[in-house]
Structures are given as structure tokens and as C-alpha cells.
Ligand binder design. Structure first.
Ligand SMILES: Cc1cc2nc3c(=O)[nH]c(=O)nc-3n(C[C@H](O)[C@H](O)[C@H](O)COP(=O)(O)OP(=O)(O)OC[C@H]3O[C@@H](n4cnc5c(N)ncnc54)[C@H](O)[C@@H]3O)c2cc1C
Ligand SMILES: *[C@@H]1O[C@H](CO)[C@@H](O)[C@H](O)[C@H]1NC(C)=O
Ligand SMILES: *[C@@H]1O[C@H](CO)[C@@H](O)[C@H](O)[C@H]1NC(C)=O
Ligand SMILES: *[C@@H]1O[C@H](CO)[C@@H](O)[C@H](O)[C@H]1NC(C)=O
Ligand SMILES: *[C@@H]1O[C@H](CO)[C@@H](O)[C@H](O)[C@H]1NC(C)=O
Length: 531
């Protein structure tokens, strides 16, 4: 998801705290919970590890990018080997169901609703896991073996040294392999290559019993597919073998505008199935921003400067189609011809064709630039009440009419992404749940909130809007699925998974029978039998 294309105003926030009050009052008598945490501490300290636990400096593990949920853990494990993770989980497994102790892997902590937190449990700081040095294997099916705690940006830097790169991305690369593979990993390449979970050859997993297992589509295939998109429920991903392709040097990056939604989606759907098409296709919505139109094209050049300077729109809602074509400098002419031929098939507003050329690295790492700017203004660590939906193609018009036409009055709280993907690129055996149709859209509402505000940029207002959107999808029976799903009752999870719930539960009882792992997803609860 492209973070923050438009500029909007945010202020430093206070926190919607959900911290156990016992843990923040300094001078109280020892409680049952204090006693338990000192027992946990002495029990964990008996383990013989390469890495270590920390018990005091644990506050940063009680937060995430969503900045709304704050659960303090009892301990953080800083593993230096896979066996550190296996020993710890095995130990907790052997404590049996009467212990409440849970374990959450924390990748880069960029979850939105506490998914990588563990209330009074153990958080594993995956970024400290020392994998084997990243090694690029060239050959017919090139790949790289990486640690589950590795950041995608580091994999990109390393593989580019050998002229390779992974095929499928997220819009933002400061996320870990284990974190995105537990969800899906979707971006503008997913229509061609499928999500990131379709581009993995093999995984090494530590299960909820503390066993270390390798898996792939040939070996322990049920574990392999359960873990992919499995929301951390079946094991900790300690290692992954990621598919690579030869990396292009450059990217031609193009933006055009539409005021007609039908034309916009028609062109998007045309492009994702066209021959010799773009390498990246996304899009976003601009509502009620007519005075601020320049933001959508900053650092792009107009094809026709005279026409472009005359473009002004009274349309309340505009749709930006965003495309990119990879190329190497010696193929510039061929690339330009291909681009021209594709553009000639499209129905955008002619004066709104904007282009630029950037290196492949700069293109893939584009959101990091926004992060640096926002951080410098104190606008990064604020609540992010994001909502991500997968919407069947035949329902996208109805969805757009109500949500972009009625529910939302503007897009000043953050970007709204919208682009289609083809389900044939998604392996139906993974745990991720998608709509029934062949083509579905990712629609991502990437809002930031001003926490103290009671106005339209405040958390309350945005959450109310999100709820209106979800309620509409429900009552209109649009067949929508949440991406990065969040529910608080098992009934809702059951309905999210639909017919796949039975398998999900079966696999849970096989690989994490005590429900030790990823408690922040709130799917299963330790010490409460699931059915
Ligand atoms: C700015 C920004 C942009 C984003 N853009 C995109 C995008 O374009 N496309 C997209 O698909 N998503 C996107 N996301 C969402 C992102 O993929 C998820 O939030 C992801 O979970 C974050 O990765 P992380 O490494 O921080 O994981 P964490 O938040 O640390 O963990 C996520 C979940 O996975 C579990 N987990 C973490 N590591 C492991 C592991 N090694 N083994 C097993 N389970 C593990 C955790 O326990 C938790 O339940 C974006 C998020 C942000 C903040
Ligand atoms: C998993 O595979 C790797 C090499 O591919 C090997 O080094 C490791 O020992 C294997 N682990 C298990 C538990 O079989
Ligand atoms: C939008 O485009 C479609 C298809 O080209 C057309 O039928 C429709 O009339 C257009 N709508 C508006 C409001 O112009
Ligand atoms: C989706 O992919 C399948 C398989 O490649 C293809 O047959 C189908 O035409 C595609 N659908 C669209 C609308 O592009
Ligand atoms: C456009 O936004 C302004 C303020 O942001 C709001 O007052 C107005 O109602 C919005 N217009 C529409 C048509 O939603």
C-alpha cells in the first residue's frame, strides 16, 4: 500500500491505553499477577540459550504501527538461533494448558491491532534471529534463503548485488518476511506473480510444540500451506526460500486520471489481463480534493505541459491509475513502444498523463521517503485505523457508489488504494481467505488519526466511517473479505473463514494444540478448548 501520497495534517498523539493498570502503578503491594510474572521469569531463566531474555525493557513490544492496542508482555526473547525459539516454545508447551503463557513473534511490529503482541506472554524479537548469511542461488529457478526476521528492504539490497530481486512485493519494504507471509503480501505485482505467499519455495517452522520442521509443497505440505497466510497460528517462520527473478535496472512510472469510475476499472481490468502488459498496476481514489490536485503527481512530468496546465476538475471524485514498466537502459526504445501501445488502449483524461523514470530500487522503496518526512514531523507514530478489503469484481461498482459517493466526504485522512488481481495467481491451499470470484479488488483505506481530535480527522470519526463501510458490505451481501483481518469473537472468525474454518481448526490442533502462538490475532484463546 502506498503510504501517504497526499499531504494531510496530523499531530503527536496520546495513546488509547489498554495496558493492565497493575503494570503501570508504581508503588502497589505485590499482586497475584506480580507473583506469576516472577515465576515466569525464574522459569524462563533456567533455559540454556544462545540469545537472552529481557524482562524490564519490554514497553516497545506493547505497541505497533496501528498505535491503538497496548499489551505489555512478561518477557522479550532475543534469539540468536532457531534452537533458542524451539527451546523456549517447547518449555512453555510442557508447562501444559494450566499456564496462561503465550508467545508472539514480532517481526517489525507493523501490525495494526495488536497482532504481534502477547499480553503477559513472551514476545520473540524476530529481527535479532541470526539466520545463515543470505545466499543467492542463481540457476533456472533462482532463489534466496533468508531468516524469518529479515526485512524485505535488506533482501532487495542483497539480491540486487547479484542482479536478482524477489518478484512480488508490498508497497512498503520495512516489513519482515515472517510478518508479510503470515498475511499474504500484496502490491501492484500481485496480478502477475500472485501475492508474496505464491512466491515461496520452502519454509522452516518452529511449531507450537517446539518442533523444528522444514516444509514445502512436497514435504509437510499441509504445514507449508497452513502457515502461508496463517496469521502466525501454526508456527514461527524461522527461515524462508524466496523466489527471485533477474532484476531490471529502471522503471517507467506513469499516472493518469479518470473521473468516470466505470472507465477506470475497465482499464484496470484490461491491463491485468493484457499481453505484454505493465509490471505493476495499482490505483487510488481522490475525493473532494479539487483544490489540492497537484499532490497526486508530485515529481512526475506531464506528457504535454501546456494541456496539463489547463487541466482543472470540478469532479468531486477522481481515480488515479498508476502503472510501471520495468526496463534496462539498452531497451528504452522497445519499452517506450510497448508503453505507448498500452496507453493507446486506455480511456483516461488525455491532459492528465504524467510520467517519470526511476531506478528499480527507488521505485520499490518509494514509501520509505514518505516515512522519513512524516517521522521528521512526528506524524508517523500516530493511530492508524486502517481498513483493507477484498471485493469481488462484480460488486465493485455498487461498493464504489456507496462508499466513495456517500459514506466518505473526502480523502484527507489518508490514501485509498484500489486495484484488481486475478485469483488464478493465488494458491487455494494457503490459509488466506479471498472472495469467491476470479477477479477481486484490494481496496485499502490507509487512514491516520489525530488522537485528541473530535472532528473528521479524529480516531472516533474514522472508526465510525470504517464501521459504516463494513456494515454496508454486510447488508448489501457484497461477499467482501477483510485483508489483515481483525475480529474479536470466534463466531466472526468462523464466518471469515467460512468453509475453511474446519481445516484451520484441525491444523491448529495439530501444530499448536495449546494455542500458545500469536494470541494477538484473537482467534483462539489458550486454556479454552476450541471447536
Ligand atoms: C506502512 C505500511 C505499509 C504496508 N503495505 C502493505 C502492502 O503493500 N501490502 C501488504 O500486503 N501489506 C502491507 N502492510 C501490512 C503488513 O504486511 C502487515 O502489517 C505485516 O504484518 C507487517 O509485517 P511485520 O513484519 O511488521 O509483522 P508483525 O506486525 O511483527 O507481525 C504480524 C503477524 O505475524 C506474526 N509473525 C511475525 N513474524 C512471524 C514469523 N516469523 N513467523 C510467524 N508469525 C510471525 C505476528 O505474531 C503477527 O501476528 C503494510 C503495513 C505498513 C505499516
Ligand atoms: C531444513 O533444511 C535445511 C536446508 O535446506 C537444513 O539445513 C536443516 O537442517 C533442515 N531442518 C530440519 C529440521 O530438517
Ligand atoms: C462512464 O463511462 C461509461 C463507459 O464508457 C459510459 O457508459 C457512462 O455514460 C460514463 N458515465 C458518465 C457519468 O459519463
Ligand atoms: C485470470 O487468469 C486466468 C488464468 O490465467 C485466465 O484464464 C483468465 O482469463 C484471467 N481473467 C481475467 C479477467 O484476466
Ligand atoms: C468536501 O469537504 C468539505 C470539507 O472537507 C466538506 O465540508 C464538504 O461537505 C465535502 N463535500 C462533499 C460533496 O462531500
Amino acid at each position: 500500500m502506498i503510504f501517504l501520497r497526499c499531504f494531510w495534517f496530523l499531530f503527536l498523539s496520546c495513546i488509547t491505553a489498554r495496558i493492565n493498570p497493575c503494570s503501570i502503578l508504581p508503588f502497589t503491594a505485590p499482586t497475584a499477577s506480580d507473583l506469576e510474572s516472577s515465576l515466569v521469569r525464574s522459569s524462563l531463566l533456567t533455559l540454556n540459550l544462545d540469545g537472552h531474555f529481557s524482562f524490564d525493557d519490554v514497553h516497545h513490544a506493547a505497541s505497533d504501527f496501528g498505535y491503538r492496542y497496548h499489551f505489555l508482555p512478561s518477557a522479550i526473547l532475543h534469539p540468536e538461533s532457531v534452537s533458542d525459539i524451539a527451546i523456549t516454545i517447547k518449555h512453555i508447551f510442557h508447562m501444559g494448558p494450566s499456564s496462561k503463557l503465550t508467545v508472539a513473534a514480532r517481526g517489525h511490529g507493523h501490525s495494526l491491532q495488536g497482532q504481534s503482541q502477547a499480553h503477559e506472554g513472551v514476545v520473540i524479537n524476530m529481527e535479532s534471529l541470526q539466520g545463515p548469511a543470505m545466499r543467492i542461488h542463481a540457476g533456472e529457478l533462482p532463489y534466496v534463503d533468508v531468516s524469518g526476521g529479515e526485512l524485505w528492504i535488506n533482501i532487495l539490497h542483497e539480491s540486487l548485488k547479484y542482479g536478482f530481486a524477489p518478484k512480488s512485493w508490498t508497497d512498503y519494504l520495512h516489513l519482515t518476511v515472517g510478518g508479510t507471509l503470515s498475511n499474504a503480501g500484496i502490491s501492484g505485482q500481485a496480478f502477475r506473480h500472485g501475492p508474496q505467499i505464491s512466491n515461496v519455495y520452502q519454509l522452516e517452522i518452529v511449531t507450537g510444540k517446539g518442533e523444528v520442521m522444514n516444509c514445502s509443497d512436497k514435504q509437510n505440505a499441509d504445514l507449508f500451506y497452513s502457515v502461508l497466510g496463517g496469521l502466525g497460528q501454526f508456527g514461527i517462520i524461522t527461515r524462508a526460500r524466496i523466489a527471485l527473478e533477474p532484476a531490471p535496472k529502471m522503471v517507467k512510472w506513469i499516472k493518469v486520471l479518470y473521473s468516470n469510475f466505470s472507465r477506470f476499472v475497465k482499464d484496470q481490468e484490461y491491463l491485468i489481463s493484457a499481453k505484454n502488459t505493465f509490471d505493476y498496476i495499482e490505483g487510488f481514489v481522490i475525493i473532494n480534493r479539487t483544490g489540492l490536485l497537484n499532490n497526486w503527481r508530485s515529481s512526475f512530468n506531464p506528457q504535454d505541459p501546456v494541456q496539463a496546465s489547463r487541466f482543472s476538475s470540478d469532479d468531486r471524485t477522481l481515480f488515479c491509475l498508476e502503472m510501471a514498466k520495468n526496463f534496462n537502459p539498452d531497451e528504452t526504445d522497445i519499452m517506450n513502444q510497448a508503453v505507448e501501445s498500452l496507453l493507446s488502449q486506455l480511456n483516461y483524461i488525455p491532459s492528465t498523463l504524467f510520467l517519470t523514470e526511476v531506478s528499480y530500487l527507488d521505485f520499490l522503496d518509494r514509501v520509505h521517503i514518505s516515512e522519513i518526512k512524516l517521522r521528521s514531523k512526528g506524524l508517523w507514530e500516530v493511530p492508524h485505523p486502517w481498513l483493507n478489503l477484498l471485493i469481488p469484481r462484480t460488486r465493485i461498482h455498487k461498493f464504489a457508489e456507496e462508499v466513495f459517493g456517500n459514506i466518505l466526504t473526502d480523502t484527507s485522512n489518508g490514501p485509498i488504494l484500489i486495484y484488481p488481481v486475478n485469483k488464478s495467481k493465488w494458491d487455494g491451499r494457503t490459509s488466506v481467505v479471498t472472495p469467491e470470484e476470479d477477479i477481486f479488488y484490494l481496496v485499502a483505506f490507509l487512514s491516520s488519526a489525530v488522537p485528541s481530535s473530535k472532528g473528521t480527522n479524529g480516531l472516533e470519526h474514522i472508526l465510525t466511517q470504517n464501521k459504516r463501510i463494513l456494515d454496508f458490505c454486510e447488508t448489501a451481501h457484497l461477499g467482501v473479505k477483510q485483508y489483515l483481518p481483525h475480529y474479536s469473537t470466534q463466531e466472526e472468525w468462523r464466518s471469515h473463514f467460512g468453509p475453511r474454518w474446519e481445516i484451520f481448526v484441525q491444523q491448529k490442533s495439530a501444530y499448536d494444540p495449546l494455542a500458545i502462538l500469536a494470541p494477538g490475532q484473537k482467534i483462539f484463546q489458550k486454556a479454552i478448548p476450541f471447536s
